[in-house]
Design a protein around this ligand. Structure first.
Ligand SMILES: [Zn+2]
Length: 76
């Protein structure tokens, strides 16, 4: 969640980044526009989740997400 240019984790509320070009850590961002087959049809949701909250969240999954080790790291 970005508020006045500062990026916060939606889950725990901690600051992820102070500005767009000074990212302190990596985070998970999602955006979902719900469609016809959802009760949320016509709405969009987005959130930013810090790495530790994501890790905690994923421990609740019955089937863990796929992990692929990347041999190449792309810097932007
Ligand atoms: Zn968090």
């Amino acid at each position: 969640m970005r508020k006045a240019g500062i990026l916060y984790c939606n889950c725990c509320g901690k600051m992820i980044s102070e500005s767009c070009d000074a990212q302190r850590e990596d985070f998970f961002h999602f955006e979902k526009t719900w469609g016809y087959f959802s009760k949320k049809d016509g709405t969009s949701e987005s959130a930013d989740i810090c790495e530790s909250c994501l890790e905690q969240w994923m421990t609740q999954f019955q089937i863990p997400p796929q992990t692929v080790e990347r041999t190449e790291i792309f810097e932007c």
